[in-house]
Design a protein around this ligand. Structure first.
Ligand code: NAD
Ligand code: MG
Length: 389
């Protein structure tokens, strides 16, 4: 029998983190948790450390780290901050690092892990959106693999049999369309955070749930796909599929299409990435054909969901534009969730930030980080409280 693969889980207390822990519990013979991180929830992280008998964890929030040092058992090392996250991501024992932290915070540990030769199961999409070129270079330099873990990209990866995009005409990412798929434009100004957080199919963290409601999420995923599969923007299509059962499709040059289907739970994608190229029984029910059901597809509406167009524009513009697109969104979503701006102000803020900032070709990661920081300042200045419902 082969040894289990050692897993480091960054963002263990989140939605993806929780699904990953279910998979780890189900397959102790194949996967072993050796490190985990959380931002501020010290108690939950210490509990995970106890359950999985970890020797190293990391809390990125300083106050939570202080608290954990008081409560931690002997023999457990608690690392701190983003340096601690990088250290955990490169620990000797790590075989694969599942990056499931939210936001640009995922970029640094992703680069660190790949450079040190660790495979990365990448759920965090913001890392590729902000610094795709450098993430791909880091994987090449370290001889490591990026295992697509976002459900759509994992679906494409599965349709390609884990291989390259040879013979592919285009990929088609499916989008649920979110809770406001059929809402008229006039009603969309009044959308509240409570309404935006009620996703019809998926249970996820709050930032990505709002991103799904604006369809920013699909915009981020177009950019993510560009780097994962090395395809130009015009060969990455989006189709609205409200049931979220088909997670994406690949169309080959001869016109044939292959799709991947599973119920809307992230465990299918996470488990596939962690075990690749092996397979094992899943932890959730599969699609059942005992009851009748239908699958619908329709084109997206970029008028009511301008984030889709902004994503494409920033991808075509290249340079630091996608990083700006992502950072402005992070600022705007936070303001929306705190009731400081209205729903439609999210895409307006992104558009204004992209227009205000000068684009440049990043020479190194510092250029990305500088653009990210400046975009946050510019976006904050553009937040428009007048557009409150
Ligand atoms: P979440 O908010 O539920 O969890 C985020 C995790 O990251 C938590 O463990 C939190 O403690 C940690 N974290 C928060 N801020 C941090 C920071 N500044 N530095 C380090 N760690 C921090 O988020 P989620 O829904 O699990 O999503 C995680 C990532 O996976 C996101 O990038 C999201 O876009 C992507 N993703 C999520 C889903 C999903 O179904 N939830 C699907 C596809 C992709
Ligand atoms: Mg997705």
């Amino acid at each position: 029998m082969t040894e289990p693969r050692n897993v480091v889980l960054l963002g263990a207390t989140g939605s993806i983190g929780g699904s990953a822990l279910r998979i780890l519990r189900a397959h102790p013979d194949k996967l072993r948790l050796v490190g985990a991180s959380a931002h501020a929830n010290a108690d939950a992280l210490l509990q995970i450390a106890e359950e999985f008998e970890l020797k190293q964890v990391c809390l990125t929030d300083g106050a939570a780290h202080e608290q954990a040092l008081k409560n931690k058992p002997d023999g457990l090392e608690v690392l701190c901050g983003s340096d601690g996250l990088d250290e955990l991501a490169t620990m000797d024992a790590a075989g694969v690092v599942l990056v499931a932290v939210v936001g640009t915070a995922g970029l640094s540990p992703t680069l660190a892990a790949l450079r040190s030769g660790k495979d990365v199961a990448l759920a965090n999409k913001e890392a590729l959106v902000a610094g795709g070129k450098f993430v791909v270079e880091a994987a090449q330099a370290g001889g490591a693999r990026i295992l697509p873990t976002d459900s759509e990209h994992n679906a494409v990866f599965q349709c390609l049999g884990g291989g390259s995009a040879k013979g592919v005409e285009k990929i088609i990412l499916t989008a649920s369309g979110g809770p406001f798929l059929d809402w008229p434009a006039e009603r969309m100004e009044q959308i509240t955070p409570e309404e935006a957080l009620r996703h019809p199919n998926w249970s996820m963290g709050s930032k990505i749930t709002v991103d799904s409601a604006t369809m920013e999420n699909k915009g981020l995923e177009i950019i993510e796909a560009r780097w994962l599969f090395d395809l130009p923007p015009e060969r990455i299509e989006v189709v609205v599929h409200p049931q979220s059962v088909v997670h994406s499709l690949v169309q080959f040059v001869d016109g044939s299409m292959i799709a991947q289907l599973s119920p809307p739970s992230m465990t299918f994608a996470i488990q596939h990435a962690l075990l690749f190229p092996e397979r094992a029984p899943g932890v959730d029910e599969t699609v059942s054909f005992v009851e009748p059901f239908s699958l619908d597809f329709r084109p997206p509406d970029p008028e009511r969901f301008p984030c889709l167009r902004l994503a494409r524009d920033s991808l075509v513009a290249g340079g630091v534009s996608p990083a700006v697109f992502n950072a402005a969104n992070e600022v705007a979503v936070e303001a929306f969730l705190e009731n400081r701006i209205g729903f439609c102000a999210i895409s307006r803020t992104i558009g204004q930030t992209l227009e205000t900032m000068e684009n440049l070709e990043p020479v190194d990661l510092n250029d990305i980080l500088a653009a990210d920081a400046e975009a946050r300042q510019v976006a904050t200045a553009h937040l428009n409280p007048q557009s409150m419902p």
